[in-house]
Design a protein around this ligand. Sequence first.
Ligand SMILES: [Zn+2]
Length: 328
Amino acid sequence: MAVTFLGEAIAEGEAKVVRVPVCRLASGAELTIAVHVLRGDGDGPAVGIVSAHHGEELFTTELMRRLRGMLLESRFRGTVLMVPCANPPSFEAGTRNTPIDMHNLNRVFPGDDAGWLTDKIAAAIWQHFVPAIDLLMDYHCGGVDTEIHYTYTTDPATPIGRRIHDLAMLGSARVLWETPGPAGSLAREVARREIPTVILEVGGGPSFGTDLMDQGLEAARRILRKVGVLDGPIGPVGRRIVVRRGGALRPRHGGLFVPEVGHEALGNTVPGGTVLGRVLAPDTLEEIDLMRAPYPRTAIMMVRSRISKVHPGEYAYILGDEDSGGPA
Ligand SMILES: [Zn+2]
């Protein structure tokens, strides 16, 4: 049976790009959000997959391109609705936030079509894409100089919490971070509507050419098998740990960032006090910040793995306290 999205019928075995209108920009150009609607053969769930809420996260846009290619070569059931680039103005500018109003798209859901540009983008996604899905996979990653690998989870004490946790276990990362997540994020607001969600943090600019791309794709395959979109065994997943305490380690001062701990540490644990990186003044070359692992057993969830410029307060690392949780 065909499915209909925004008045467009998509027959079984067909794939179409349907554009969700947002508004006209000051240039006169029309801003739309492209949704790839891939209709499989036969009944099954409608799975929404989103990336690049944050425009510097192009690793996951490439991951979406590969995932789409894999699906189009497979037999699958149900419908997959993919948004490879949720925030086109921010992708164009290469900035985390939307350049025109400098708001963070992943903090303003469900949006407001009478609000700022970022609110309008969120409202377009919320009003047209969210009602069409039964499950959400939300991919995020690092930017040009950073890479990331963990999966968000929630307390499995409630039925929706259990479903979210079961999906998170199928993600690619060893570390699951149990946290309610920020208000206004798409995944949190969707989960409040009892739609299961999984937020997969995987990759970043320095991750191209590493196995993180394949790991991120394999996570999508496992989840799509779990919900019956793809056939085949889920296969074994490695050991997972849950952390309940964690957060970003941010440089107090800007300057030239020099990592001591990089890609190879991602997903691993280091002892408390380990030097992770330094900030040097670019003019005097003196060391002005020294960043150390804060927890006795510090899980490395995000690294700034390149020598790069940092501003004060930017992400340098995201770290978890391994003693705050336990085996998943
Ligand atoms: Zn993001």
